[in-house]
Design a protein around this ligand. Structure first.
Ligand code: SF4
Length: 258
């Protein structure tokens, strides 16, 4: 192989301007669509299971539908990670829905007959519901009877290092399972953690939600609701302000109209 053709081959594989141009176009499109999705999201005044770990003041602002920080941190990396998680959820839910075994039966939210749950929307594999008792809105990945027990099944994707060291569910995810349990009246949750990339191996963990777990969540909701009824700002908890959407209101101790 002559030097000229070798140079051409290297350029073709790695540094050709068209390749970089294409990657640039793709990244721009990902950011454009991800930003639009985030801007189109209607702010909600419901608690979310993933948000209940936040400080009471930020939950108070959320319940009042206060305007969020106009400069959300939308990066290409974060959008790609979210997209990957969503795609993988759908694929695994498809497999879960296709299993044909006498000891396994998927259940829908409707099958549970909880009259306090409002079904907001039903998609192929996900149902968006509101627990009208606690102003709690959420989507559940999966519910199934396995042998004689009913489980909530939560799918989570992990990067290599988080997956390698994982020996139990993340405390951040525990709070979500407590909320689902509270609203669905099911106390067993199977977390299905998957390594994204590599061999996609799966690690299941069982969480049994206790009444004490549920009471902690209810206490927090009740406290925020009490501040709302008094129209009084809860105190600041500055231990986790970095990604808070309400810094612009909080730093001025500014209350908002409900
Ligand atoms: S900025 Fe910090 S203290 Fe204020 S609402 Fe947000 S998380 Fe709470």
């Amino acid at each position: 192989m002559g030097l000229d053709s070798l140079a051409e081959k290297v350029e073709t594989r790695t540094e050709h301007p068209d390749h970089q141009f294409l990657v640039g176009l793709l990244n721009e499109e990902i950011v454009k669509q991800g930003t639009k999705r985030s801007e189109d999201r209607t702010p909600s005044h419901y608690y979310s299971p993933s948000g209940l770990g936040k400080c009471k003041r930020s939950l108070y602002y959320k319940r009042l539908k206060a305007p969020v920080n106009p400069n959300p941190n939308v990066s290409r990396e974060n959008i790609d990670k979210q997209d990957h998680g969503t795609d993988r959820h759908q694929r695994l839910q498809h497999y879960l829905s296709s299993i044909d075994h006498e000891d396994y039966q998927p259940l829908s939210v409707k099958d549970l007959n909880r009259d306090y749950l409002d079904i907001v929307s039903e998609e192929e594999y996900e149902t968006l519901v509101v627990d009208t008792r606690y102003h709690l809105r959420f989507k559940v990945d999966w519910i199934a009877n396995i042998r004689d027990t009913t489980y909530i099944i939560e799918i989570k994707t992990n990067n290599y290092f988080a997956h390698k060291d994982r020996t139990e569910e993340s405390p951040y995810h525990t709070l979500q399972s407590v909320c689902y349990s509270l609203s669905l009246g099911i106390n067993k949750v199977i977390y299905l953690y998957e390594l994204s990339g590599g061999d996609f191996n799966k690690k299941p963990f069982l969480k049994i939600v206790t009444q004490e777990d549920r009471d902690k969540v209810l206490n927090k909701i009740n406290q925020v609701e009490e501040y709302l009824s008094k129209n009084e700002l809860p105190p600041k908890d500055t231990s986790n302000c970095k990604f808070c959407n309400y810094k612009h209101l909080c730093k001025q101790d500014q209350n908002v109209e409900g």
